[in-house]
Ligand binder design. Structure first.
Ligand code: SAM
Length: 248
């Protein structure tokens, strides 16, 4: 319960923005549910709730364990018929999901780990139908610079500030992080038009978890604060992640 509450603070904004974007698309699609591809969708944290909303979701992920959890989660929520898991990775996406087959593509926490982000963006663009939506969630460099400094790892903060991939050293488990300017340029090069950019987890990773878990109403207040700060440029610049909605 506590874990779920903390997780929901971290994902609520993304889920809300996505629902608004999909609602706009639903209005142009009389059949109701949309075809959604979740690249690296893992265990279905986004895919299963979207299926519960009536959308047909295909998760493409290289991890068999994640896909097994996805299947269980979909079964538990009674949406197995709307969720399809396919083992594969970003480079294989067009062949696996089908070109121009999706109204929306999700890529949440995945561009950081793929072999070739530019190729992955092109692949996602190719599976989208005209006017389809890309929901992209990427780790932001500035946040890790701040986090390493606040933890007293000042030289690692300095390395992350200047490293081309936004990593704080060779032991950094994250293969790459992004800057807003860099990711929007990459999206433009892949033919996407950016509509909105929100900062995600601006405070959620800074506020002590014990406080959020124990103080009545703290999780709701934190979610409110996150929402209010998410479009503010100064706070967006230090958010752990950037959530970008784009079309192609
Ligand atoms: C941080 S998890 C994010 C899971 C999910 N998108 C979410 O937001 O909860 C990263 C996911 O990317 C998947 N992944 C790793 N390499 C990948 C690749 N080359 N192509 C597609 N997915 C990949 C992993 O198996 C994992 O499920």
């Amino acid at each position: 319960m506590v874990d779920r509450r903390r997780r929901s603070v971290r994902t609520a904004l993304v889920a809300e923005a996505l629902r608004v974007a999909l609602a706009g698309r639903v209005r142009t699609d009389p059949s109701g549910g949309l075809d959604i591809v979740d690249l690296g969708g893992g265990t279905g944290g986004f895919a299963v709730p979207l299926a519960a909303d009536g959308h047909r979701v295909t998760v493409v992920d290289p991890s068999p364990d994640a896909l097994a959890s996805l299947e269980r989660r979909a079964r538990d929520e009674g949406v197995s018929e709307l969720v399809r898991g396919i083992q594969g990775d970003a480079g294989e996406l067009p062949g696996l999901a089908g070109k121009a087959s999706a109204d929306a593509v999700l890529c949440h926490g995945v561009l950081e780990v793929v072999d070739d982000p530019a190729q992955a963006l092109l692949a996602m663009g190719s599976v989208l139908r005209e006017g389809g939506v890309l929901s992209l969630l990427v780790a932001q460099r500035n946040a890790v610079v701040l986090a390493r400094a606040l933890a007293g790892h000042l030289s690692e903060a300095r390395v992350a500030l200047q490293d081309p991939d936004g990593r704080w050293g060779t032991n950094d488990p994250m293969p790459r992080r992004f800057d807003e300017a860099g990711i929007t340029t990459q999206l433009a090069e892949a033919g996407f038009l950016v509509h909105t950019i929100h900062g995600v987890r601006t405070f959620a990773d800074l506020v002590p978890a014990a406080f959020v878990d124990s103080e009545p109403g703290a999780a709701e207040s934190l979610a409110d604060l996150e929402r209010a700060a998410s479009e503010h440029p100064a706070f967006r610049a230090i958010a752990t992640q950037l959530h970008i909605l784009a079309t192609r």
